[in-house]
Design a protein around this ligand. Structure first.
Ligand SMILES: [Zn+2]
Length: 207
């Protein structure tokens, strides 16, 4: 391998390590069975998703949310985007779904049995699926989010989008400087401690 591409691989590898989900669900993204070109392609794809999810979430917050107000009113954001929220008893293992079938109003279905913090993250995650598809010019689509199913770049994007929308990095840093504990941060952003920890870990690995 030439020195230049080796250096690039190392640099991108660090970015990818930072971008990858924490935990065991990243096998699909980190599978390195192919050539160095294929690996680089995958790394590029992940790094691009990180940037795209961040800028899309920032644009969504700017257009559909009140600046500087936390927790983000994620149901209000959905409503202003023209997306209906339905709390429903979904089948076992399903945390959320989105269905966009024009001319019907797009609908996000959220598991009614989950707690509010998890429901908020689910809504933000499904909005991520919505924004990604709409930005690609697709209006007719549906996603079902089942726990324990394949984690691909679309799921990664939706999680990153939700993390950025609900817990912007600069606001986390601002509140940390004021001495907020992680539990206080989770309450401040209206997310579960698990979702906050995931966000902190991902951000820390990118520094
Ligand atoms: Zn999803």
């Amino acid at each position: 391998m030439a020195q230049a591409s080796e250096n690039m691989a190392i640099k991108l590898g660090l970015q990818v390590k930072a971008a990858l989900p924490v935990g065991g669900a990243c096998a699909d993204l980190s599978d390195t069975g192919g050539t160095i070109e294929a690996e680089l392609g995958r790394w590029f794809a992940v790094a691009l998703v990180v940037d795209r999810a961040k800028s899309d979430a920032e644009a969504t917050a700017r257009d559909f949310s009140k600046p500087g107000l936390f927790p983000v009113n994620v149901e209000g954001v959905a409503e202003r985007m023209g997306v209906r929220i339905e709390f429903a008893y979904l089948r076992d293992g399903v945390s959320g779904m989105i269905r966009s079938r024009p001319p019907e109003v797009p609908v996000i279905y959220v598991d009614a049995t989950e707690n509010e913090a998890r429901q908020r993250f689910t809504i933000a995650h499904e909005l991520g699926h919505y924004v990604e598809r709409i930005n690609q010019g697709q209006e007719d689509f549906a996603f079902i989010d089942e726990r324990g199913t394949k984690y691909d770049l679309h799921e990664f994007y939706a999680d990153e989008f939700a993390g950025n929308l609900l817990m912007p990095a600069d606001e986390i840093a601002r509140m940390q400087r004021r001495g907020m504990t992680n539990l206080e941060l989770a309450a401040y952003f209206g997310v579960s401690p698990a979702a906050l920890n995931m966000r902190l870990k991902r951000l820390a690995r990118r520094q």
